[in-house]
Design a protein around this ligand. Sequence first.
Ligand code: SF4
Length: 281
Amino acid sequence: MLGSVHSGDTQRPAGQACFAAGGWRGYADFLERQPDGTYEAVDTKLARSAKPAHVLQLCFYSEQLGRIQGRLPERFHVEFGTGERATFRTAEHMAYYRRARQRFLQALDTQPETYPWPCDHCGICDFRVRCYRQRVDDDHLTLVAGMRHSYGESLEAAGVATLDAVARPGFHERIAASTARLADGLAGAARDAGVPAVVNRVCGMFSLFFTAAGSVTNYRDVMGSDAARFRKFFHGMLAAGVYLAPSPYEAGFVSAAHGAAEIDATVEAAARVLADIARER
Ligand code: SF4
């Protein structure tokens, strides 16, 4: 193999190691020879912490090392500009790597329709001007400040796909009215079950706290609420087919896709779950 240099109690071959197999190719910055004669891959990054892409990259190198040396390397490593190193156990990441690669290849095969939703990579992507142009031409929801992918998809599912639709009179009022229907319904269900709770809401956001305090207006109030009861409620709702924000400290969001039928079904499920919680006391 390549000539090597010492690095601590391992040996680090000089130069990059090229791996190519099955249409994939990559260059590991270093291979470190281990005391038992096998090699582990090391890649250097300017980042301050390891990213999923780094791990996937090193999984490919490790897979190829495993093929060549007849045994999967026990670990792989990312070295940062700070000189620090993150080490990962190869076996713990290979299943995810194989799954991600299979999904990637499947997407290439089927060519699913995609849309340039902004992501962390856009700032350094060669296509950023073209993608931004398309969003502007489409009057797309991503141009709303703070619009997240999940909110945008909910709005699209409700037939609201453009800025123009969001700006139509009454749009936000309708969401606020839906949120009020949900918050009042949840508060009523808790009251009927005899479970002390406070439901706060503003426009399309709501929060449910299990507390006998009567109001929740500050950090101390929030931390005084019953998180264990919230967890029971969350799992009960999940079993009933309603997926709420999983933390007692998170807000829920009502979208334009949530109509009276969905909200009433949610309140009915909450009434059943809260009745179960009340019986357990
Ligand atoms: S700019 Fe690049 S990363 Fe962003 S959506 Fe377009 S292709 Fe994807």
